[in-house]
Design a binder for this molecule. Sequence first.
Ligand SMILES: *[C@@H]1O[C@H](CO)[C@@H](O)[C@H](O)[C@H]1NC(C)=O
Ligand SMILES: *[C@@H]1O[C@H](CO)[C@@H](O)[C@H](O)[C@H]1NC(C)=O
Ligand SMILES: *[C@@H]1O[C@H](CO)[C@@H](O)[C@H](O)[C@H]1NC(C)=O
Ligand SMILES: *[C@@H]1O[C@H](CO)[C@@H](O)[C@H](O)[C@H]1NC(C)=O
Length: 245
Amino acid sequence: MLLYALVSAFSVAAFGLSVTGESILPVTTCKRDSADYSACLKSAIEEALPRFIPGLPEFNFPSLDPLFYEYGKAVFKSGDIRGEIIVSNVTTIGLENTQILDVRANLIDDIFRLEIDTQIPRLFLKGHISLDGSISVFRVNSKGYFNITGDDVRTTWDITGHVVNDTWIIKHFRAFPSFRTFKVHSDFLAEQSKEISDIVVSFVNEFWPALQRAMVPLASKEWDSWLTNLTNKLFSKVSFSKIFP
Ligand SMILES: *[C@@H]1O[C@H](CO)[C@@H](O)[C@H](O)[C@H]1NC(C)=O
Ligand SMILES: *[C@@H]1O[C@H](CO)[C@@H](O)[C@H](O)[C@H]1NC(C)=O
Ligand SMILES: *[C@@H]1O[C@H](CO)[C@@H](O)[C@H](O)[C@H]1NC(C)=O
Ligand SMILES: *[C@@H]1O[C@H](CO)[C@@H](O)[C@H](O)[C@H]1NC(C)=O
């Protein structure tokens, strides 16, 4: 998801002339008023992505593949599913194969919005999960290791924020991934029994589409803040008019 950040960043020329005290993003720029702006941004993002994947130390910008997520908590209450879920030390692999499907950008009243439609053939996530809640009649209170394999992951990275003093200050980075297939493995042991743990994992795998609809919007609030902070690491140090001339 971080890619979008990269994307936007692209606008700065890859060979970048270094202005004293100002950081240069390794990106090709596109003129906002050009007729083929979207197509130009798309190819600029495709070109820049591989440069962002390993991370950009001068921007304190982390590696995107693998991508590390330290801690996130979501409280959910939706129909039969309620409780609190904490994921930590999550490593995500697969972002380097992100395909850019389409890009849209506009600047209206000093609010710049960049939308990037992406597709990732396969994402693998592993980490630690702690769950305290209930699914239907099953009470679940457990923690343990989990991993998730998702195929054909489609997400629109929707990034918006004001342009102030020639700096794009990102306010929101919304991303609602949708997975074509989704498979969870977990060794977490429900307090009650291994059987309950297995039932929960099967339930999640079976009813993933419904769970996804219920949970992704909740988790997205947390991701929004995380992704916003991450993306601001790039844009707070560069001049907007140079990246998006
Ligand atoms: C996450 O990793 C850190 C550093 O390796 C470790 O101290 C912490 O206990 C881990 N947390 C969980 C929940 O595994
Ligand atoms: C914009 O930059 C000027 C000069 O550096 C500074 O005085 C002003 O406070 C800045 N405005 C904002 C909103 O950051
Ligand atoms: C995912 O987790 C399961 C169950 O803990 C484990 O058997 C499997 O090897 C893991 N997959 C990968 C690719 O690490
Ligand atoms: C993002 O940054 C803000 C301001 O520094 C901070 O309050 C917030 O906790 C951060 N969000 C995440 C998810 O790290």
